[in-house]
Design a protein around this ligand. Structure first.
Ligand SMILES: CC(C)(COP(=O)(O)OP(=O)(O)OC[C@H]1O[C@@H](n2cnc3c(N)ncnc32)[C@H](O)[C@@H]1OP(=O)(O)O)[C@@H](O)C(=O)NCCC(=O)NCCS
Length: 238
């Protein structure tokens, strides 16, 4: 009986998230759709293939307009409704766990439809900040696989490499654990690496490509961590 109730809550919550997605995506599409309508009407009197070309250019411009609008809309929802995550442990289907699902679903709207186009641009920094991340100056983010952004701190001039996964949550034994991840000044999170919750990476440290840092790892400043699970490079040679 408990399982049926849990499945029902999950289904209702999923439909609620779809509803929010429809609303936000629809709003973000609206300005670009308006541009397409304008161009189609402005083309009256031109040959049909010219009107079609104008419409095609309008549609592609509309996609980028959609993406930029989406970033700010999702960010505005996070700010207005104060959807910041707090460190702690939450039972499944508790209000804390549902809030976590809601916040990450908002991020997925961006990462699944547009984020590839804002990697390594100022827009991804703006988006992360709007979602509550603390992001320093000249930070380069080349991955869309960062979650729980309000628990993420990235200091000045740090680099997050392509496809790196940085998450501040872990489901374990029926509980959701949320813990901050801090990335120090000028640290490099290598491409395809995995950074788990509670990790602190000291300044100038390098996490090797493909390394997996276990939960709560404390990476000393200027060190190099390699492998799975990641250990300091000097220990590999001992
Ligand atoms: C770990 C890293 C910093 C080592 O570079 P380096 O200091 O020039 O050292 P080397 O390439 O000479 O390798 C030193 C040792 O680390 C090992 N190593 C290098 N890269 C490794 C990796 N990704 N995983 C596991 N071991 C690695 C080497 O096999 C070597 O081992 P050995 O001493 O037993 O022979 C580099 O390989 C790396 O992964 N950098 C991350 C780059 C990145 O992803 N940047 C962000 C995106 S651009």
């Amino acid at each position: 009986m408990k399982g049926v109730a849990a499945a029902a809550i999950q289904l209702v919550f999923t439909l609620f998230l779809y509803g929010i997605g429809i609303f936000i995506i629809g709003l973000a599409i609206y300005p670009g759709a308006g541009l397409c309508m304008f161009l189609w009407r402005a083309g009256v009197g031109y040959a049909l293939h010219v009107r079609l070309l104008m419409l095609c250019l309008g549609v592609s411009a509309a996609y980028f307009i959609y993406g930029i609008c989406l970033i700010f809309l999702v960010g505005a929802v996070r700010v207005v409704f104060r959807l910041s995550l707090k460190e702690g442990e939450y039972p499944m289907q508790s209000p804390g766990a549902l809030k976590w699902a809601l916040v990450n679903s908002l991020v997925l709207l961006v990462s699944n439809t547009f984020m590839d186009f804002i990697l390594l641009t100022p827009f991804i920094t703006i988006f992360y900040r709007l979602m509550g991340a603390k992001v320093g100056r000249n930070v380069q983010i080349n991955s869309k696989y960062c979650a729980d952004l309000s628990l993420l701190e990235i200091a000045d001039e740090a680099v997050i490499g392509g496809h790196a996964t940085v998450i501040c949550h872990s489901f374990e034994r029926g509980r959701l654990i949320l813990k901050k991840v801090k990335i120090g000044r000028r640290a490099v999170v290598g491409l395809n690496s995995v950074i788990l919750p509670g990790t602190e990476i000291g300044e100038h440290a390098i996490i090797a490509a493909g390394a997996v840092l276990g939960k709560n790892t404390n990476v000393e400043p200027r060190s190099v961590y390699c492998g799975v699970p990641a250990i300091p490079a000097k220990d590999r040679r001992d």
